[in-house]
Each structure stands twice: as structure tokens, then as C-alpha cells.
Ligand binder design. Structure first.
Ligand SMILES: [Zn+2]
Length: 102
């Protein structure tokens, strides 16, 4: 028959392993998301979604953006729009971003 201490120890152990397992799952999930995002990014980076021409990386205000060599369209990665708009506060881009954010 298990005494109170053993029960408590067992409960703590279970809790510990559940927590560790959760952490591991979260870590794996996060890694998978990053890997998927990177893979998608690489595929998208190669070709323009509009005309299919290759994209070329160029820097705009120290931010790397993708510009199409065919149609000249500019593609921003997630977060880049905020960065550009944030630096351009008060400009049309900053105002546009602030308006679309809501
Ligand atoms: Zn294009």
C-alpha cells in the first residue's frame, strides 16, 4: 500500500513528465512551423505569383524585399510591411498601414 509521500511523489513525477512532454511537443510544433514557413518562403521567393518571372532580392530602406524581374512588382514578407510602414510614419505608406491594421 502506497503511503501519502509515495502518492505525492508519483503525482509530482507525472506532472513533471506531462510538462516536459508538452514542452517537447511545443518545441517540435514551433520547429515544424518555422520549417514550413521557410519552405514556403523559398518557393515563393523564386517566382512572382503574378507573372511567374523570377524574383530578385533588393534592399529598400535596409529591409530586404523581393522584386519581380518581369513586372517589377514588389513582394514583402510578413512583418516587412510593418517595418517599412513603421519607419515611414506620417507618410502615405505609414498612414495606409495604420488604416488597414484595424
Ligand atoms: Zn511579376
Amino acid at each position: 500500500m502506497a503511503n501519502k509521500w509515495d502518492e505525492r511523489k508519483k503525482a509530482l513525477e507525472d506532472e513533471y513528465f506531462v510538462k516536459k512532454e508538452k514542452e517537447l511537443i511545443e518545441k517540435l510544433k514551433a520547429r515544424k512551423q518555422t520549417e514550413t514557413a521557410q519552405a514556403v518562403k523559398e518557393i515563393c521567393r523564386m517566382r512572382c505569383p503574378k507573372c511567374g518571372e523570377p524574383l530578385k532580392e533588393r534592399s529598400f530602406q535596409k529591409i530586404l524585399i523581393d522584386q519581380c524581374t518581369g513586372c517589377g512588382g514588389i513582394w514583402l514578407d510578413a512583418g516587412e510591411m510593418e517595418e517599412v510602414a513603421g519607419r515611414e510614419e506620417g507618410s502615405w505608406l505609414g498612414r495606409l498601414w495604420q488604416r488597414t491594421e484595424r
